[in-house]
Design a binder for this molecule. Sequence first.
Ligand code: HEC
Length: 170
Amino acid sequence: MFCKRLNILILLSLIVPVYAAAGDAGVQAAPNGLELPEGYKDWPVISISHRIDNHTLRVIFGNDIAIKAARAGQTNPWPDGAILGKVVWKETAKENWPKAIAPKEFVHAEFMFKDTKAYKTNGTGWQWARWVGMEQKPFGKNAEFSKVCISCHTPVKSSDWVFTTPAQLP
Ligand code: HEC
């Protein structure tokens, strides 16, 4: 009996991580058909930002092509195939060091996919997508949602629609 229970436990411990990993791939595509980039949680960082009006912390990161361009200072324009990502968290006082702030609730992850062929469609050369909350729900009712992204990014049109300058590194 004990042995059987142990077997079930071992079996469960094997099954659960597989399910957790499958959850990521099961995220619904954005209304414009873009898929949540696989493995984005492990991408290298380009910069960070702290929004003081709504108390959120942001990390801006990129795929291999974006990181190569960022490190080489070749970011205007960003190369085709580059994906820039941004993850936003609500801020909190750091528990064990209250002089600092730390990330708390996950707000959303959003992405810009460089593809100059898409230029004719939306005028930016980027495709846009956002997934909201821990459940990673696609943002927007239909493909028109990217107008919201584009209008706010318009002031930085001359830097290839990108706000972030890669943070200095030695
Ligand atoms: C209210 C204005 C605003 C809206 C709306 C907006 N953004 Fe941004 N976005 C910014 C700012 C400002 C930054 C610079 C980083 C920071 O401080 O958060 C940024 C940064 C980004 C970045 C990192 C690259 C960069 O430009 O620095 C991505 C990716 C991004 N936004 C995607 C999106 C997507 C996708 C949408 C629409 C679903 C969107 N944004 C809507 C203001 C906006």
